[in-house]
Design a binder for this molecule. Sequence first.
Ligand code: C2E
Ligand code: MG
Ligand code: MG
Length: 401
Amino acid sequence: MDDDLSFSELLKDISLSVCSDIEIFNDPFVFINKLFSASDIIILDIKMPKMDGVEILRRLAIKKCQAKIILISGFDSSVLHSSSMLANELGLNVVAQVTKPVQAKQIQAIIRDINTEEKGVLKPIKANSSITKYALFSKKDILYAINNDQLILYYQPQIELKTKKLAGLEALVRWNHPEYGIIYPNDFIPLIAKYQLFEELTNKVIRIAIDQEKALKGYGYTIVISINISSCNVTSLTLPETLEELIDNAELEPSMLCFEVTESELMGELIPSMDTLTRMRIKGFKLSIDDFGTGYSSLLQLYRIPFHELKIDQSFIKNLMTSPESKIIVDICITLSHNLGMIVVAEGIEDQATLEELTRMGCDIGQGYHLCKPMDIASILCWIQKKSAEGLIIAVQANSK
Ligand code: C2E
Ligand code: MG
Ligand code: MG
């Protein structure tokens, strides 16, 4: 769909080698009245005089269009990026963004990839991680899971980029359901929130993490474990004391635990959270601000709450190599953290190029599938032993007590 007749003819010629059935639309009103199926590919120009591309996207969304959409524009990449985010939020399926001038090879490669994926050769269809699938779980079911050892922790390594030292492990909860298998946090944490069970969940997660940290120490590894907590937890004023008691009983140091709070969650109850978080820091626990860049925290908050670490949101890391805007944001996060005396972590590193670029940019710590996927405690222990034997990471040996 492009108002420019000669450009759309050109696109048709380019696409003919990878796609046989091509229809050109130059009038947006004709285009939006057409029905598209999930196997169709739409190439849409964002800038058109009669009806702009964003308006067309909105109308396609109303019609619940499932076609794969390639957005094209002569604007700079930020307009394309915003339009693409908007479209995805409206439930459309934008698969690629291309800036003009268009290169024939690029368009052909995108269409070829879509067709291969369609045949199931490239990737399996992503599992539908929708909460509605599990909405049938009652509060009783979740409490039963918490109290009957159905919650397990997976761990994902965090690596110091300059030295390849193992800087820590992030504990990520999973529900090992007897009938449904492993259920991921995005599918059940909303229910924990709905039933107000954060205290029970966090207590359980902290206890498992401390036990497993002690076990790792038994194997000779002193490793900081990061635990995700919710803002509901930090409004509990007794949390610092509870934690202190648990860590004392396990004969571990508070500095071996780091608590991650997501930036977006810090908005609400700021005063009680500041109280709890500050006392946790005073007691020697580490604090991290997670998914930074997605919430709306003011810079003042960064300075008021004694975070020792900032984790840049994955969305910026994923687009680091393709979006100049993401790179600028990552760069600012690195400078901001360093100037405020914080360590900066990049999560969601999925390839070598991103890893190298982040190292070059001065990011301290990396985490992501390219380095290691989250694994259960037994597998992570094997991974640490294997990688340290190969000299690929340096795992800190425990100080003998
Ligand atoms: P998070 O704390 O930001 O954790 C990072 C998420 O990104 C994890 O998803 C991890 O598996 C995933 N991830 C790591 N590297 C990559 C990568 O390279 N590519 C991609 N695509 N993903 C990557 P997971 O385990 O599904 O956890 C999702 C969220 O659930 C976490 O986000 C955290 O906010 C929450 N969560 C996890 N465990 C707990 C918990 O014990 N308590 C609470 N309150 N929240 C938790
Ligand atoms: Mg986290
Ligand atoms: Mg995160």
